[in-house]
Design a protein around this ligand. Sequence first.
Ligand code: NAD
Ligand code: MG
Length: 330
Amino acid sequence: MKVYYDGDANLDILKDKKIVILGYGSQGHAHAQNLKESGLNVIVALHEKNEFWHQAEADGLEVMENKEAVRAGDIIMLLVPDTIQPGVYKNDILPNLQKGNILAFAHGFNIHYNQIVPPSTIDVIMIAPKGPGHLVRRQYQQKQGVPSLIAIYQDYSGQAKEFALAYARGIGATRAGVLQTSFKEETETDLFGEQTVLCGGVTELILSGFNTLVEAGYQPEIAYFECLHEMKLIVDLIYENGLSGMYYSVSDTAEYGGLSRGPQIIGEESKKAMKEALKRVQDGSFATEWILENQANGPKFNALRQKLDNEKIEKVGKELRKMMSWINNK
Ligand code: NAD
Ligand code: MG
């Protein structure tokens, strides 16, 4: 797979453009400050004079109300929460968009599932850092970057890829390496990953392990340490050295136990369920469910949140984490 670095990206093609960063949250604050320090023209856009507005000004950035900013801008990067992007696009962006503008995203959901349908006379691109905004900012300040994805959905100018690479360089991403994907691939793999492995899979694995021990009569506090607390240690090892690298660092007993019992816990049945989840991502039925859920103000979503809050592991964890001075207790 081709990896793009600084030498593949020409920052100069953005020098005469005004980049509007809509939203000043996790990604927004990082993109805005990094681009500005890369010598580019940045306007932060917000819908109201909230705490983010004051923060952006305190960080030395020019801040405007959404509509005004879009009128002044050439590149519009949508960094407001995905669920509110379609409304912001319809009310503030579309009426003020000009031929030849560039609409940019850090996640493909709204384009891929047609919640935002852009006119054919603009470029539509994605620059998606594979890390939270605070890491994107910190790495940039340390003269490093966070590996990122770029994608082109619409290439009106014939230069969309150059613009995406230049933007990626502006936030520091090409220092680390940039890979090209499509809106479809980024969106579908992102949803699949968070549903089955990262968020959904990991929480259910922890819950099942914890509840199995507690139901068998073991103390919940001990079960918490075993099934939740130590997860971080293992994940850090996997993150740094891969799966075999993790096994190299644990005891032989843990290695043999894991290698032999793991496939009995997550096996064919889970794979079948994963394929089903993937199908629902690919055929758009998950997206439809999520969009309708939001329109109805999240009845199922709230019930699911409530159910998790009521799990014993959450109550036990809240107390145990007070013993840990090195973490922010929540
Ligand atoms: P966020 O929740 O941190 O964004 C909040 C910001 O949006 C605040 O500044 C808020 O004032 C502003 N906002 C809310 N409504 C607004 C409106 N109507 N007009 C203007 N501003 C408004 O968002 P985020 O987590 O940075 O996500 C932004 C995009 O980046 C999403 O598409 C997300 O999928 C993508 N992304 C996020 C991460 C991450 O680590 N958070 C990583 C990769 C991609
Ligand atoms: Mg993701």
